[in-house]
Design a protein around this ligand. Structure first.
Ligand code: GLU
Length: 312
């Protein structure tokens, strides 16, 4: 492998069971696995089933089975976010106690009405700060927000280079506990990664814009910052984002994973710009993963989204 790494690396794969694993998830699973393992590091599995209303029953177990069939072996127990409410509550409490988080009584509709930005970005309209200095009379707490500062949060992405984002002008103070009582993804991810000792985050480029918020939370909570690698997204042949429903790994290819899973792994390696010997496509999943761990080149990974190659 052509990237520096060492056996103290702890990577992870953290799918949300809101729909079956799709080709994009497979690419992320493979990328994170290979990046963690090539220097003898650990690879953890976390099921991000925190957003209960969006979780599809049975999908998490299917994900675990699919990963097993494809030859992925994770270290230790699977971490289930839905079982970790008390840990997130303790982190939230620390943020509230130190005054960097505060209760907010605004509804989404109200924020959209007041916010002035004509073209809200991915993060939605900028929170206008109505509850920043205490709940205004007549409002009661719905969510909890964390304060951001009006300066860029920058980090080095191992694939994308230097990324900077000013959180104050992209969304503003953000929610860490939602109005429905659930902890926000941003908080859970940061707490889990820190507690599990994760020091290498490999995930899809759709999460690039979440990373500055997560780094902000790491700094507030005194957690170390992992190395980040945001891998290219898989699109459909027309270049559109994959939908979990239409592109489930187990469905899209119309294939029996037990029999043909190795072909998916082979094609995923090709998507990641690797150059496996053609004969490897007939090898077992284990053999393909071993080849990938040994030969993976980060420099060869494309920086842009693209369709999944159907080589096999
Ligand atoms: N659960 C997220 C997803 O499935 C990934 C979160 C992460 O890797 O930080 O898109």
């Amino acid at each position: 492998m052509t990237t520096a790494n060492d056996p103290t690396t702890i990577g992870r794969f953290a799918p949300s069971p809101t729909g079956p694993l799709h080709l994009g998830s497979l690419v992320t699973a493979l990328g994170s696995y290979v990046m963690a393992r090539h220097g003898g590091g650990r690879w953890l599995l976390r099921i991000e089933d925190l957003d209960i209303p969006r979780v599809v029953p049975g999908v998490a177990d299917d994900m675990l089975r699919t990963l097993e069939v494809l030859g992925f072996q994770w270290d230790g127990e699977v971490l289930w976010q839905s079982r970790r409410g008390t840990v997130y509550a303790a982190a939230l409490d620390r943020l509230l106690q130190s005054g960097v988080a505060y209760p907010c009584g605004c509804s989404r509709a109200e924020i959209a009405r007041i916010a002035t930005a004509p073209h809200p970005g991915d993060e939605g309209p900028v929170y206008p700060g109505l509850c920043r200095n205490g709940l205004p009379a007549g409002k009661s707490a719905r969510s909890v927000r964390v304060r951001v500062v009006d300066e860029p949060v920058c980090f080095h992405d191992g694939l994308m280079g230097i990324i900077c984002q000013n959180l104050a002008s992209t969304g503003g103070d953000f929610v860490v506990k939602r109005a429905d009582g659930l902890f926000a993804y941003q908080l859970a991810v940061v707490v889990d990664d820190a507690e599990s000792g994760v020091n290498q985050v490999v995930r899809g480029a759709d999460l690039l814009s979440s990373t500055p918020r997560q780094i902000h939370l790491q700094r507030l909570l005194g957690f170390p910052e992992p190395a980040y690698f945001h891998f290219p997204l898989v699109t459909d042949p027309g270049g559109a984002k994959l939908s979990k429903r239409d592109n489930a790994v187990s469905l899209a290819m119309g294939r029996d994973l037990e029999r043909d899973g190795h072909l998916l792994l082979f094609d995923s390696l090709c998507f990641l710009g690797q150059n496996p010997p053609f004969c490897l496509r007939e090898a077992s999943c284990q053999e393909i993963l071993s080849w990938a761990v040994e030969n993976f080149s980060l420099a060869a990974v494309p920086r842009f989204a693209g369709p999944f190659p159907r080589i096999s």
